[in-house]
Design a protein. Structure first.
Length: 344
């Protein structure tokens, strides 16, 4: 297996972003990403520019819908028009794409159109592939409760990005406990919004370089990337479809090297897979730095451990995932959020 790191949910000048695809790709290269997936609103205009920029692979999807029920559509070749939520999901599936419910729960800010939000409000839908549980711009905006807080966050943005909202996790867990393979995605929603006073740049909201160091996606691929665009695009998307990836908040400590699997004496299972309950099952976790690791079963803390190598006995059916926290000042900060393994 081969591990690669990327960043999902970005906007360019093809919609409401402030940088071209080439500029975004250049920044991603500087931040040592292996891939990015740009999802401009309502269009696939960037598809002709999809490809390698140096050793960094730029892929193009899109974000569908306007006022509510935003939906990320990856690995598609035809534009999906804004429509009712289930219709959008069905049209992405007709193209055999990957569909992700984006920033489903938001609080809004008094400084952004009087608490305007872009929440997901249609939960009778089915057949989507993922839920974006952690979104940089959405949570950053939610924490701007006033002018002073907004100024504070310009200097200390990480204080706004503490982890997924509980409402989002509850929704994710409700699907996964039913055996539905809906996976947890992290997104930057980076726009690189430049706020100016005349020609003078005052500050940038969700700058691409910062976003590329925060909520990243680490994929576990069956094949090594070859440098061929069409082949490697399929390799990345296959890992996302299978749920073989984790979300890493990599700014303070890079999560590269994380491992999570369930093993028996003769076999092991990776994220996204399922296995029957049997004797001598262990969940094994390895973190590249010392961490507080929580084994989550059916949405609840089941067991926890501190260190770099963690082993937990599995003797119950359930949906198992990992939340790892690294030490930060006087407490712990969420660092790694894995996708689950189903023991059935």
């Amino acid at each position: 297996m081969f591990n690669y790191v990327g960043n999902i949910h970005l906007h360019s000048t093809y919609s409401d972003g402030f940088a071209t695809l080439k500029e975004i790709a250049r920044t991603a290269r500087k931040e040592n990403l292996d891939f990015i997936i740009v999802t401009d609103h309502f269009n696939l205009a960037g598809l002709p520019e999809q490809g390698y920029y140096g050793k960094m692979l730029l892929l193009v999807g899109m974000e569908v819908n306007d006022e509510k029920n935003h939906y990320l559509a990856l690995d598609i070749s035809e534009v999906v028009a804004n429509d009712e939520a289930q219709t959008v999901i069905d049209k992405v599936n007709m193209q055999k794409g990957i569909g992700i419910i984006a920033h489903p729960f938001e609080k809004g800010s008094p400084l952004y159109e009087n608490y305007k939000t872009y929440e997901w409000n249609e939960w009778t839908v089915k057949d989507f592939q993922g839920i974006e549980v952690w979104n940089f711009l959405s949570q950053y905006k939610d924490e701007i409760t006033g002018i002073l807080k907004g100024i504070y966050l310009l200097f200390f943005p990480h204080s706004a990005l503490k982890g997924p909202y509980q409402e989002t996790l509850d929704k994710l867990d409700s699907y996964q406990k039913q055996g539905i393979k809906v996976f947890a995605f992290g997104g930057s929603d980076a726009h690189g919004i430049k706020v100016k006073l005349g020609p003078l740049l005052l500050f940038t909201i969700s700058p691409y370089d910062l976003c590329f160091r925060c909520i990243n996606t680490h994929v576990i691929c069956e094949k090594e990337l070859s440098g061929k665009v069409d082949t490697d695009k399929d390799v990345i998307y296959q890992a996302l479809r299978a749920g073989r990836f984790w979300i890493g908040y990599d700014y303070f400590k890079n999560s590269k090297g994380f491992q999570f699997y369930i093993k028996s004496p003769g076999k092991r299972w990776l994220m996204g897979e399922d296995l029957p309950l049997q004797q001598n099952l262990f969940a094994e976790v390895r973190t590249p730095y010392k961490a507080l690791v929580r084994l989550i079963r059916d949405g609840e803390i089941y067991k926890e451990s501190k260190g770099t190598i963690h082993q937990f006995t599995i003797h119950k059916k359930g949906v198992y995932r990992i939340e790892a926290y690294h030490k930060r000042f006087f407490g712990y900060r969420l660092w790694i959020f894995s996708n689950p393994i189903w023991v059935i």
